[in-house]
Ligand binder design. Structure first.
Ligand code: FEO
Length: 183
């Protein structure tokens, strides 16, 4: 008996998104290594933490597909982009990546509406909310750097910015513990 409650198109779309979230995790890991190497340990802490969150998003997609009777497929993950050449480029990259990801999330929501797949529509609302938060976070990074002076920021203001981001909490909840009600 076929117990898969996802259409083939939906199963593929969700599986692709699982891979996209791993790619995002690698992008932020790579940016974090760049920042760490430059001596911005606070910014690196923020990016490493964000990388882990993206991996958790990926696991959330994996679990959902399996729970609906489908089978996700891990694909080859493209290499992350080259190192940014400045902090502005780094933060702009984070923002751009989040906006791109929101577009991908919305496409799955559109598909769930088309298919009247309300379980997936409901599942995706967590990600719609999460993207609002992540875009805001990325926008705040750009704003903070602008206030610090952008690429012409003094060492002192960059030190303060880096210190603020080093206080980003390290404990990232595991995907398995996150639910629609308690994300
Ligand atoms: Fe998984 Fe930043 O979205």
């Amino acid at each position: 008996m076929n117990t898969n409650r996802l259409s083939t198109i939906m199963e593929t779309a969700l599986s692709n998104q699982m891979n996209k979230e791993i790619h995002a995790s690698h992008i932020f890991l790579s940016y974090g290594i760049w920042a760490d190497d430059k001596g911005y340990q606070g910014i690196a802490n923020f990016l490493y933490r964000h990388s882990q969150e993206e991996r958790n998003h990926s696991i959330k997609f994996m679990e959902y597909i399996l729970n609906r009777g489908g089978k996700p497929k891990v694909e080859a993950i493209p290499a992350p982009p080259n190192d940014p050449d400045s902090l502005t480029a780094c933060f702009d990259g984070v923002f751009k990546h989040e906006v791109d990801n929101t577009t991908a999330i919305y496409k799955i929501v559109d598909l769930s509406l088309e298919e009247k797949d309300w379980a997936t529509w409901n599942f995706m609302q967590w990600f719609v909310q999460e993207q609002i938060e992540e875009e805001t976070l990325a926008q705040n990074l750009i704003d903070k750097l602008k206030i610090a002076g952008g690429d012409r920021a003094t060492d002192e203001s960059l030190f303060t910015l880096d210190k603020t981001l080093s206080e980003t909490p390290n404990e990232v909840p595991l995907a398995q513990e996150a639910t629609g009600y308690n994300p």
